[in-house]
Design a protein around this ligand. Structure first.
Ligand code: SF4
Ligand code: SF4
Length: 84
């Protein structure tokens, strides 16, 4: 009985893991037109964006997909994928 329970738990964990990877991969994409102005970092209340050595780092675990960063970007460099 224990092994059956473990297998169910394992399959569920794999399913959950694959779902999270899929979601996390496609939430916010910052394109090459980014000029590192930092406005998206300023508007992200979730703390999902940080400026670091002339790069914008995105943390999908904090992102709520609110879309504020894309609206704030002056060059339209941010795409939000809302399908996941
Ligand atoms: S979609 Fe919202 S939470 Fe996610 S990075 Fe942009 S501003 Fe932050
Ligand atoms: S607001 Fe747009 S241009 Fe400015 S740092 Fe963010 S992604 Fe880059």
């Amino acid at each position: 009985m224990n092994s059956v329970q473990n297998n169910i738990g394992g399959d569920f964990a794999k399913l959950l893991d694959s779902g999270m990877k899929k979601k996390n991969t496609y939430d916010v994409v910052i394109g090459e037109s980014c000029i590192i102005c930092g406005q998206c970092v300023d508007v992200c209340t979730a703390g999902a964006l940080e400026m670091n050595n002339d790069n914008i780092n995105y943390n999908p675990k904090k992102c709520t997909r609110c879309g504020l960063c894309a609206e704030a970007c002056p060059v339209g460099a941010i795409k939000i994928n809302r399908q996941n």
